[in-house]
Ligand binder design. Sequence first.
Ligand SMILES: Nc1ncnc2c1ncn2[C@@H]1O[C@H](COP(=O)(O)OP(=O)(O)O)[C@@H](O)[C@H]1O
Ligand SMILES: CSC[C@H]1O[C@H](OP(=O)(O)O)[C@H](O)[C@@H]1O
Length: 404
Amino acid sequence: MSAYHPLTEQEAIEIARTVEGIFPEGAALQSREIGDGNLNLVFHITDPASGKSLIMKQAVPYAKVVGESWPLTLDRARIESEALILQNELAPGLVPTVYKYDADLALTIMEDLSDHIIMRHGLIKGESYPKFAEDITTFMAKTLFFTSDLGKNQQDKKLLVKNYVNPDLCKITEDLVFDDPYTVTDNNNYEAAIEDAAAALREDGELHLEVALLRAKFLTSAQALLHGDLHTGSVFVTKDSTKVIDPEFAYYGPIGFDVGAVIANLVLNYAGQGHWIQDPSELAKFRGYLIESVRDIWTKFDLKFRALWDEHGVDRLFNSAAGYKDLYMKSLLQDAIGFAGCKVVRRIVGLSHVADIDRIPDAADRERAQRLALEIGTSLIKFNRKADSIEEAIDIVWSAAAKQ
Ligand SMILES: Nc1ncnc2c1ncn2[C@@H]1O[C@H](COP(=O)(O)OP(=O)(O)O)[C@@H](O)[C@H]1O
Ligand SMILES: CSC[C@H]1O[C@H](OP(=O)(O)O)[C@H](O)[C@@H]1O
């Protein structure tokens, strides 16, 4: 047993040797710290001779992006490793295999997915992913349904709720997504060029009411075990494979938060594409693909979640009460639209941005993308409780883009 400390690359190599069945005896291992996320260290351990490799992810006791002034529990490593193992049981093949978890070092050792690409990076390059909508909706439908009161023994569910209490990571979301963008705080981070739009967020009472309602759901609605941070930087893809990583924000929350996160990040890429793809017909084609993906994500999720409910529903009254299922699914759609809007807005004015928009080098193009994202985000938030179908959310995206 070793006391917690951030690993050196040499220590990472020594620990990697202890994982059974990966590296040949005496292999000349190499280590490189590749963490590009906000929170953790990630070591890529390779054996060039055999071509074998693995990933070691270690939590540090603070938010890496901010520093030691923002302490964060190491328990998030336990939550992440246990969530990955559970997700692999519920939705096999859609997350990396966990080889080992070391609680003392807050370390998860897992399958190396370097033959995949982080989806956000692929989308920025204008790559489309034909399997993504199918796979991500299977992932969401299975992990969310089978951890909810609809699909899991309701007493066992309560024990899972307890296991995944995640106050530090939830607090990040409560602040960064559901508070900061609507007030003045040092956490916020946006360019002077959009000061008027940021000020408008702070002064819009209609918007604040909707955000307050969504915030209340995030705080209190323990519907299912969420991934909790399901953006396109948490998804590895190839043309025919999808792997979800980084569930350290997992907790029992509202199902629409995961679905909305996926939709939000497609919308953010949509807003940024005006720069990344300049040719008008190519731009229209790629944006069409993104919109089709948003449509597929809701329609496939809706279909799969209902099918799981039909076959595996555990609650007599939820299964049989006429109209209950339709009302439940409609409220998930509305939540997904509202949460998507909140997740778009936070990535423009809050602490943590996305490369789809931040890396646009031209200031005027970047400003256009930021304003479009804010227009779409705020409209989705204001519309959420009125929604009957995903088509209405798609119309909001189209018409905001047409106005620019
Ligand atoms: N299983 C994996 N295989 C390959 N690379 C990985 C894997 N997990 C993480 N990475 C790399 O490390 C980066 C950060 O990982 P992530 O889990 O998102 O960390 P954080 O929690 O700090 O955001 C990813 O963007 C990816 O480049
Ligand atoms: C201070 S954490 C900000 C932000 O970072 C997380 O993303 P990731 O770990 O994938 O880089 C999460 O989205 C948090 O809101």
